[in-house]
Write a protein that binds this ligand. Sequence first.
Ligand SMILES: Nc1ncnc2c1ncn2[C@@H]1O[C@H](COP(=O)(O)OP(=O)(O)OP(=O)(O)O)[C@@H](O)[C@H]1O
Ligand SMILES: [Mg+2]
Length: 380
Amino acid sequence: MNLFNLIKYINFRFREKKKLATKMKSYFKTNSEFLTSGTYSLAKSESGKIIAYKHNSRNKFFVEKIVDTGYIFSDWQNRIKSNIRQFVDLVIDIPTIKIKSLKPSFNGELIMVTYNQDVKIFDLKSKTVVNLVKDNHSYLKLIKTTNIFKDYFDIPIISSNPIKQTYIERFIDFKPYSNWSLGEKEDAVRTIFSNYKNYFIYCSANSHFISRDIRDELAILKNLCDGSELLATLSTVIKNSLDSEWTYVNCHGDMVFSNILLYKKNYYIIDWIDSGKHIFFYDLFNFMFGEATFHRNYYYLEKFISGTFDHYLSGVFKLFNHTYDKEKKIYYLALFLINRIRFRIENKNDENLVAVFSSYHDTFNTFVKKIKSMEKKTVC
Ligand SMILES: Nc1ncnc2c1ncn2[C@@H]1O[C@H](COP(=O)(O)OP(=O)(O)OP(=O)(O)O)[C@@H](O)[C@H]1O
Ligand SMILES: [Mg+2]
């Protein structure tokens, strides 16, 4: 980057920050009852979250921790871009926003607007977080699902208020995922898998599940995104299979490592906004798929391919009267993806759906290649 481009970039970032400030002002207005008076600085994360926070070391430390722990493509170009962005932000730490709030009911000092335009307000001093959910349907689903999941998982939700469409969470002073040891990552998977098994036993015993025919799901999808190359690939995989009825249960819906907060050997699950009825192994496949697609880390998908999870999956499939066949891994990933695509189209307002599907397609193709190359090795 030469000097001219750098100046152009600083100018661009400055204008972008001014735009952010204007946007944030409207969030301050609607949420003033949860925020304390003072001067707030702005930040934006890689995944598009907007944050405003009162300048003190506690808040600054937390912002630095979260700004870079989300959705990051870890190739060198993006790392350079991210470093330049951080440097420019240091140089132009303006504009800030001053707010005056009369007797707030919550001592919030940091406000975050998420990708879904929901709002989280943090009071790091008393270690609590207020969550405001925009969409009533999502809010009700979230409360319903977490009420059941709380018996099987560590969830930091303390209370909810359906009239205000809010819920309060305990603030978890978590260890960022980038600092987890391999042992901690393996332990997270073990914990999540074991908690899911207990949850599935409950679903199965209490008939908390429904059946759907994958051919119907595919027909709906074809109407929604006809012409998609990914869908054509998945249709071919599905076409030859005989078992078309599948079990759907309430799931978290966005089980990725950034939604698992590690604190003192406990793994807390946050971000339940995508919860709802999904194919029963959705969450288990989602974190493997998410790691491969968004972090280019195939470690877990490779473990799946090599059979590490076969015994576990076989037990889980049996709970819902399905027979797990270790030779049908491509088919299972296709079932998961059909579910994931439908959810994405129906619930997210994606501007770049084509790019999203293309990244899903890349992961799926790499997965198929890895399986084929393993089959070749076994034959040899
Ligand atoms: N209770 C909590 N305690 C500590 N940190 C939290 C808590 N809730 C959220 N966070 C932080 O805020 C981030 C964003 O929260 P959340 O996952 O709910 O929103 P999101 O829009 O889905 O963000 P992302 O795209 O990163 O998943 C989390 O990754 C975590 O770093
Ligand atoms: Mg999240």
